[in-house]
Design a protein around this ligand. Structure first.
Ligand code: CUA
Length: 319
């Protein structure tokens, strides 16, 4: 079950933001009820008076003045209170950055219409490159470095943290920690072109040990073909236009225009997490990407059926 809900927070930042939201809702509901109550009372009193009866005007004027002054003072106090809450949550969310060493550092690069995900490490050979799917350990601070290769995008995992823009030429940072293991859905939150709505992402939070195991697996070069069909699929991949955009570590393909496919089959979804990673969708995606995501930068690749099947089998073996 994927979580995609601001009000079911599972991250440090999202918990503060949800608390602020409930606080605002409570205060504004009380204010709304008081205002409607006062309005109802005023209408009832006006209706109760006979036409032409202005009552004791000077006394009523004085009472109205006091009532308006009190209401204004209360309004200012309530707004100041809300501002203070907003400020406190803002401080908590932005917070002081802890020493750089202990956070999981991930570079997320937005582009039309997918996310490149690179796990940073002081030892270059321990870096990991993947796409659209983040895996992180529960409890540890996660530090994202957000960049864009083309237009402005916005990274948003509603259950975990607030939105942060990815702006060409600027590196923005976003820091949060995940408090509950699970799978969380996110998406681009800034209109960035044709397939903005299908620029999706998932974050899977696992135990620290599972995270280390995952990273170790992702660092391995691509699995070698184990059947003749997979072997044929690899040959098809290497001599088709796929290699102009994609990389598979351990083969001749090393381009970084499109997602890195070294561990393609370990990702549950394809096409920026907008389609399930199944043989059928993959074959359709390779042949007619524009039909599934009009405006995507992936060109169509027409292959003889046997070649397409072999290619799908090979990609499906890259766990
Ligand atoms: Cu990227 Cu909207």
């Amino acid at each position: 079950m994927e979580l995609h809900d601001v009000l079911t927070p599972a991250g440090s930042d999202a918990e503060s933001v949800a608390l602020l939201w409930w606080g605002f809702l409570l205060v504004t509901t009380v204010v709304y009820l008081l205002v409607i109550g006062a309005l109802w009372l005023a209408i009832r009193r006006a209706r109760a008076r006979a036409p032409g009866d202005n009552g004791d005007l000077p006394r009523r004027d004085a009472r109205s003045k006091t009532a308006v002054a009190t209401a204004m003072a209360a309004t200012v106090l309530v707004l100041l209170g809300l501002l203070a809450g907003d400020f406190v949550v803002g401080r908590a969310v932005l917070g002081e950055l802890e020493p750089y060493g202990e956070a999981v550092r991930i570079r997320v690069t937005g582009q039309q219409f997918w996310w490149q995900v690179e796990y940073d490490d002081d030892i270059p050979s321990r870096q990991v490159v993947t796409a659209n799917e983040l895996v992180v350990p529960v409890g540890r601070p996660i530090q994202l470095y957000l960049r864009s290769r083309d237009v402005i995008h916005s990274f948003w995992l509603p259950a975990l943290a607030g939105k942060k823009d990815l702006i060409p030429g600027i590196t923005n940072t976003l820091r949060f920690s995940v408090t509950r293991a699970g799978r969380y859905e996110g998406q681009c939150a800034e209109f960035c072109g044709y397939q903005h709505a299908n620029m999706r992402t998932y974050l899977t939070a696992v135990s620290p040990q599972e995270f280390e195991d995952w990273k170790a697996r992702q660092r391995q070069p691509a699995a070698a073909p184990s059947t003749t069909e997979q072997q044929r699929g690899r040959d098809v991949f290497e001599r088709s236009s796929c290699v102009l955009c994609h990389a598979i570590q351990g083969t001749r393909a090393s381009a970084s225009v499109g997602p890195d496919l070294t561990h393609f089959a370990s990702r549950p979804r394809i096409a920026a997490s907008s389609l399930p990673n199944s043989a059928g969708f993959l074959a359709a995606w390779i042949t007619e990407p524009q039909k599934l995501k009009p405006g995507t930068n992936m060109p169509p690749t027409r292959l003889p059926p046997a070649d397409l099947e072999a290619l799908v089998a090979y990609l499906g073996s890259l766990r």
